[in-house]
Ligand binder design. Structure first.
Ligand code: WT7
Length: 613
């Protein structure tokens, strides 16, 4: 199948698309590729929500659980495919009633509750482009994203539960909408139940909005390339990129990977621990699993609430068979100790997955032995927000596993590890990771910025997609992804642009200049270290460090709170004024400054930085 997928891709993808998706009108052409723009399945018409819901109602899946939900306080709710369909229909009719039409944008800022998926699917049903904003982001982040895509509505909740406390989602939205003129209505789900301010002209409760709406809604057919969603992700500038995904190709790649990477069976209970605010939550909590007719376990809260065995309790309570989580979570479980998983049998598990960053072999072995009891294969899946679906992965039961390697390319994927001149590096040597062929779930552009799309992904080496990662192939052709080689950090599996954090820091009135780097961290993968020079009249103090950390959390969200703030009299720069981050990294890691420093403008800066810590 792999050979067919790369030798005659149109034949392969055409057949998969006919077999795995329900079309309202068959496509005429599998692929038109005019670099950097791809069109997949032109001429075809399809509705993504219909593929995730309606088509299952004609089968035995109608009364199968689509979503088993457990809230952090322990409340459990199950929605069958029929019930989920009804809820989506009600919401779709309600959104239509607000005047939303195909191509409009809607922002979703919600806790991990079924209504988050319902909101996404209702948008998809109408051809409304959703942008999900992770519930951990600040009001500033909401404002920037909503303004960038000019969303007409925001769908949110009063709050969500996290470690026994309420995350004040509505409060954050209220702050954001003071500066988002495009927003006409805010829809508010009652989840946590505390008092929230409601502006009668703008805000409407979810339950009032859907009350009396019909439980059926005829889905319209849209072009294969109709935009499905925008998802903002960090890049190497201060401004997040609005990655645009479209309909048919995206859905096909997510279902196909559900089928082969997760080896999905009708009786599986599938638990992907990602939040819907990230791409994993889009492709492997909502679209892929539902289009494949899976039963999904959705959990609202923290993995260590009320105790660090919550995930293992969830696995036993709901008989989870497939668990898909992140290395940073696995390392935290390791640290919390084997006693917690030991409280539960975990006997239902048959397959484990990992995503988000390289998994260190030690964490892999722990996951394999302590959680999988040496029974369950681990699929280490490499992909990105931009790729939409899993690109490099073992196929469980078929591909021999190597702890720490994401193994071999999935169907249709041709990865290349290349040097500065675009030449293949020999096996065993490191280089930059590229993809040599278009794929159905590839991002189509960056919202409103086609130029940046071209520059960021397709200009490094003409004809190849630049992933931004460093990697190597070993002698068996297995891929080892080392990590980002651009100015993007991976902190606990969250992608954070150094430039975003730098611009948040310099917006503080005491700060003159800042440079942000990643320092290797056992738990988080990378820790965020900030070198800060203060304005002339400002005295450094411990209190000010704390204030700067809190300031960044306010500006971006708690996930970007710096681990370490260091004051510096000056930053190491080249003569042309470029900050030499390599030197800062070496200092942060506690080592000597090695390598070439001849381009440094001022040598004394380095000595001062080292003396300061
Ligand atoms: C970056 C993409 C894909 C969904 C979650 C993250 C890193 C992701 C792996 C893996 C090594 C990985 C890469 C990539 N990454 N999975 N299995 N092995 N590295 O999505 O926020 O778009 O981040 O995550 O560096 O470029 P994202």
């Amino acid at each position: 199948m792999y050979a067919e997928s790369v030798n005659t891709p149109e034949k392969f993808w055409g057949r998969q698309a006919r077999e795995l998706l329900d079309w309202r009108r068959p496509f005429k052409r599998v692929l038109s590729w005019k670099l950097p723009h791809a069109k997949w399945f032109e001429g075809g018409r399809i509705n993504v929500s219909e593929n995730c819901l309606d088509r299952h109602l004609k089968t035995a899946r109608a009364n199968k659980a689509a979503i088993i939900f457990e809230g952090e306080p322990g409340d459990v709710r199950t929605l069958t495919y029929r019930q989920l369909h009804q809820e989506v229909c009600r919401m779709a009719s309600a959104l239509e009633g607000l005047g939303l039409v195909r191509g409009d944008r809607a922002a979703i800022y919600m806790p991990m509750v079924p209504e988050a998926a319902i909101a996404m699917l209702a948008c998809a049903r109408l051809g409304v482009i959703h942008t999900v904003i992770f519930g951990g982001f600040s009001s500033e982040a909401i404002k920037d994203r909503v303004n960038d895509c000019q969303a007409r509505v925001i769908i949110t909740a009063d709050g969500g539960w996290r470690r026994g406390r309420i995350v004040e989602l509505k409060v954050n939205v209220d702050k954001a909408v003071q500066a988002t003129p495009s927003v006409e209505r805010v829809i508010v789900l009652k989840r946590t139940g505390q008092e929230v301010a409601m502006d009668p002209a703008r805000d409407v409760w979810w339950h009032d909005l859907v009350a009396g709406q019909p439980a059926s809604h005829a889905p319209k057919a849209f072009d294969s390339e109709n935009p499905l969603y925008i998802l903002y992700t960090s890049g190497s500038t201060g401004k997040p990129k609005g990655v645009l995904h479209t309909s048919a190709g995206y859905l096909l790649a997510t279902v196909l990977t559900m089928k082969y990477v997760f080896d999905l069976k009708e009786s599986d209970v599938y638990f992907c621990t990602a939040d819907v605010g990230w791409v994993t939550g889009h492709s492997y909590v909502v679209y892929g699993p539902l289009a494949a007719g899976a039963t999904i376990l959705m959990y609202e809260g923290a993995p260590n609430h009320p105790e660090p065995d919550r995930f293992w309790q969830l696995v036993d309570r709901h008989s989870v068979t497939i668990l898909y989580t992140a290395p940073t979570a696995i390392r935290a479980f390791m640290r919390w100790g084997d006693a917690y998983p030991a409280r539960h049998s975990l006997a239902s598990l048959r397959l484990l997955g990992s995503v988000g960053e390289p998994i260190n072999p030690e964490a892999w072995m722990w996951y394999y032995t302590v959680i999988g009891k040496k029974r369950c294969p681990i699929v280490d899946t490499w992909w990105q927000t931009e790729t939409g679906a899993i690109m490099v992965t073992p196929i469980p039961g078929i591909t021999p596993l190597k702890p720490g390697s994401c193994a071999i390319p999935f169907f249709g994927v041709v990865p290349k590890v290349l040097d500065e001149n675009g030449k293949d590096v020999p096996r065993g040597s490191g280089g930059r990771l590229f993809l040599a062929k278009p794929w159905p779930s590839m991002l189509r552009t960056l919202w409103g910025d086609d130029e940046r799309f071209m520059k960021q992904y397709w200009s490094e080496l003409p004809g190849y997609y630049f992933a931004g990662d460093g990697a190597r192939f070993d002698k068996d052709g297995y891929l080892w992804v080392v990590g980002r080689i651009d100015d993007v950090l991976n902190v606990s599996g969250h992608r954070i642009g150094t430039a975003e954090v730098e611009s948040a820091i310099v917006s503080h009135h005491s700060v003159a200049e800042a440079a942000v780097i990643g320092r290797p961290d056992d738990l988080k993968g990378q820790a965020l270290v900030c070198f800060v020079t203060l304005k002339n009249d400002v005295e450094p103090s411990v209190a000010l460090k704390e204030e700067i950390r809190a300031h960044v959390a306010r500006e971006i969200g708690a996930l970007a709170r710096p681990d370490d703030v260091r004051f510096a009299a000056g930053l190491p720069k080249t003569r042309s004024g470029k900050i030499m981050r390599r030197i800062l990294k070496e200092i942060a890691a506690g080592g000597a400054v090695k390598g070439d420093t001849t381009t440094l403008e001022d040598f004394t800066v380095v000595a001062m930085l080292q003396a300061e810590e």
